[in-house]
Design a protein around this ligand. Structure first.
Ligand code: NAP
Length: 396
């Protein structure tokens, strides 16, 4: 097959943008020209010749020679404007921006269809792990039953440190921030939104389900306290933030992000630090496990490089599962086994939300319950009392 020559305009020259530049320099066999790089801050010192940079997006978007736009900026609204304008101008796009993609998934599908140009975003889900193209191509016919994984590196780093270094949640967060693994405002990661954005993209490719971010329930790790950390240690478990989607017996798909006690038998147990891991389960292959770096300049750039290479062979996502038209719906009322740690004042009111209760513990300061709760009730309780206690899914 004849390779298409790519002339690339890059938006963003931060961690991933610079990583891409270095990765391309070290990949001499792959002939791609970066013609221009658009950045924002006029006063920042830059590592390349000034002539490579522009501050005007039109210099890339209106350049007829540039046929690929790589969007690697940290502002999801500006990113959507750039990406939609690029698609309207018939330029193929590669993006790593899960927030922008998840918030505009439907509009981006329409733009790709209307202007007949591809948008690829392997780096947006689990950085270096090639999960999207595998869901799209490899699992085309072997029916997927579930996909579950650790898809956020910052929270996995924090949770790893609570386990391996006996740190409290607050100490581990501070360490992650000081080492650049977590943002100064970490809420997108710690409250489970970043994982939710990735899960939204994954279920479109895994099950053909198109939803809005508000349709997927997420609890992060920000309320995890010493009791849960201690409970995990005593039982030989690890707490991991898990993005989970599985077909239910009603033929729907249950889908949520929750912290979970993970047993040592699970492949996810050993996914530590900023690594990501995904387990797929299919009808015929049974389970498969993907492991890789979920963040960082070069690991993320390697996925962008792979998308660029795919574009040079005219690859585009066919969104096969959407077109297979199974019309799968989200199961909003699936039952989940959880442990809930609560204050003494809360204990009476939380009981009624549970479907069944297995264990109740109380001392003078706090209590916990283990039992089964429906996703709907979990959502209701969290909406009413967002700051209370902490829910952790029990290991299955
Ligand atoms: N870092 C990772 O490990 C990782 C992993 C997976 C996915 N991602 C995704 O990759 C994207 C980039 O992340 P990053 O870590 O590389 O961010 P970053 O280091 O903060 O860099 C952001 C870059 O975007 C530029 N920028 C911001 N707004 C702009 C605008 N309106 N027009 C042009 N340039 C603009 C900034 O310009 P200045 O240089 O002028 O400030 C900067 O160069 C994000 O969507 C992120 O979620 C990152």
């Amino acid at each position: 097959m004849k390779k298409k020559e790519l002339v690339v305009g890059v938006f963003g020259f931060g961690c991933v943008g610079q990583g891409l530049y270095e990765v391309l320099e070290k990949t001499p066999g792959f002939k791609t020209t970066i013609k221009k790089i658009c950045v924002k801050d006029r006063n920042k010192p830059r590592s390349l010749s000034q002539s490579m940079y522009t501050f005007a997006k039109e210099d890339i978007l209106n350049d007829p020679e540039i046929n690929v736009v790589v969007e690697l900026i940290d502002d999801s609204e500006a990113a959507f404007e750039i990406v939609s304008e690029a698609l309207r101008n018939k330029k193929a796009v590669v993006s790593a921006n899960k927030k922008m993609i998840a918030e505009n998934f439907h509009a981006l599908l329409e733009l790709q269809k209307q202007y007949e140009v591809p948008l690829l975003y392997e780096a947006a889900c689990c950085a270096s792990i090639p999960i999207i193209r595998n869901l799209e191509e490899y699992y085309d016919n072997d029916l997927l039953e579930s996909i579950e994984g650790i898809v956020n590196g910052s929270t996995n780093y924090i949770l790893t440190k609570t386990d391996s270094d006996n740190l409290s949640y607050a100490e581990a967060l501070q360490l992650a921030q000081s080492l650049g693994y977590a943002e100064s405002n970490p809420s997108l990661d710690t409250e489970g939104y970043d994982a939710k954005f990735k899960l939204l993209i994954l279920i479109a490719h895994a099950f053909g389900i198109l939803v809005k971010p508000t349709d997927i329930f997420n609890i992060g790790i920000n309320n995890i306290g010493d009791l849960e950390i201690q409970y995990a240690k005593e039982k030989g478990y690890k707490i991991k933030l898990i993005a989970n989607a599985y077909k239910t017996s009603e033929g729907k798909v249950a889908c949520y992000v929750l912290p979970k006690f993970v047993k040592s038998e699970s492949n996810l147990f050993s996914v530590n630090d900023a690594y990501n891991g995904i387990i797929t389960k299919t009808s015929f292959a049974d389970t498969q496990f993907f492991l890789g770096k979920g963040a960082g300049a070069h690991p993320t750039a390697s996925a962008v490089l792979s998308d660029l290479s795919a574009l040079s062979y005219n690859y585009q996502y066919e969104y096969k599962k959407i077109h297979q038209n199974e019309n799968l719906q989200l199961d909003t009322d699936c039952k989940i086994d959880v442990m809930y740690r609560h204050s003494i004042q809360e204990s009476e009111k939380v009981f009624q939300y549970f479907h069944t209760i297995d264990e109740v513990y109380k001392n003078k300061d706090f209590g916990y319950i283990t039992g089964t709760i429906s996703l709907q009730n979990l959502k209701k309780y969290k909406e009413q009392f967002p700051e209370n206690g902490s829910f952790i899914q029990l290991t299955s």
